[in-house]
Design a protein around this ligand. Structure first.
Ligand code: ATR
Length: 268
């Protein structure tokens, strides 16, 4: 039986096993897919053990995406190279570890495929300049313009270095956001602590899609966007879509994602 795992710390709430098992069932495949809690200082030995035991692949989540990048270096896909030194999908051979990042394509497939919102030509605002924002940045550059807002402006400025020659990109502070956006992606971790971002209501309109990369709860960002009349989406679709891309990498098969998204939503 093919063996896979998702590794993080914490990991007990990960839906990845459920998602990958649902995908495998669509093709009548039997797989082993487990949740693996790695010690904070033991990620590399956890990975080496999986490789030695013949695992085919692993998904990597907080806080190990950067270490996963370093472990697979220089065996990285284009997507991983452009995702801010973060890897969320590992594929093992006896001698090699390949690193990929499916978060960006997962976000784009959810927004364009599931939500029917075309990114091309739109004015997009990304909130946050940490690991999550870096991971999805390049998947959004097909837009007309890209604005990064962050509490610490220096990090947003650094994030767009190297992009402004080829794209219409800028970095601003939350309080200085003055126009409305077609798509606003919350890639901050503020929702984890129920903290509100100091966002002016004027950035939202009734045809704004306000997308929170978090799922499982209504964040203050989602609440503000909804109250201001915007369309709101959480990150469950992205979670399932990034898993579908990893599944495709490992199995060469494209699973149907909508029934899996619907099933997880119903469980709540
Ligand atoms: P992640 O991997 O989840 O992106 P991270 O790299 O630590 O985690 O980045 C967290 C992001 O959320 C940052 O953009 C951070 O803003 P700063 O760069 O100014 O620290 C943002 N963030 C977290 N909590 C926040 C809060 N309470 N208010 C505003 N921004 C917050």
């Amino acid at each position: 039986i093919e063996k896979y795992a998702v590794i993080g710390n914490p990991i007990e709430h990960s839906k990845s096993p459920l998602i990958h098992q649902a995908f495998a069932r669509q093709f009548g495949k039997q797989i082993h897919y487990e949740r693996l809690l790695s010690p904070l200082d033991g990620f590399s030995s956890t990975i080496k053990r999986l490789q030695a035991e013949g695992y085919i692949g692993a998904n990597v989540t907080v806080p190990f995406k950067f270490e996963a990048y370093q472990l697979s270096y220089p065996n990285l896909t284009e997507r991983a190279l452009s995702a801010g030194e973060a890897v969320n999908t590992l594929t093992f051979t006896a001698t090699d570890i390949q690193g990929d990042n499916t978060d960006g394509i997962g976000l784009r497939n959810d927004i364009e495929g599931n939500l029917g919102f075309e990114i091309r030509g739109k004015n997009i605002l990304i909130l946050g300049a940490g690991g999550a924002a870096h991971g999805v940045l390049m998947s959004l550059v097909g837009a007309n313009s890209l604005t990064i807002a962050n509490r610490t402006l220096a990090k947003a400025l650094k994030m767009i270095t190297g992009l402004y020659h080829d794209y219409d990109v800028r970095a601003v502070e939350y309080e200085n956001l003055n126009v409305r956006y077609d798509l606003i992606v919350n890639a901050t971790s503020a929702g984890l602590t129920d903290s509100a971002l100091p966002l002016p209501d004027r950035i939202f309109s009734s045809d704004t899609l306000a997308y929170d990369m978090m799922y499982g709860r209504e964040t203050p960002f989602m609440h503000q966007a909804r109250t201001a009349g915007a369309q709101v989406a959480d990150g469950l679709g992205m979670l399932v879509e990034q898993a579908a891309e990893a599944f495709y990498l490992w199995h060469g098969l494209r699973p149907a994602t909508s029934p899996v998204i619907a099933a997880i939503r119903q469980q709540r």
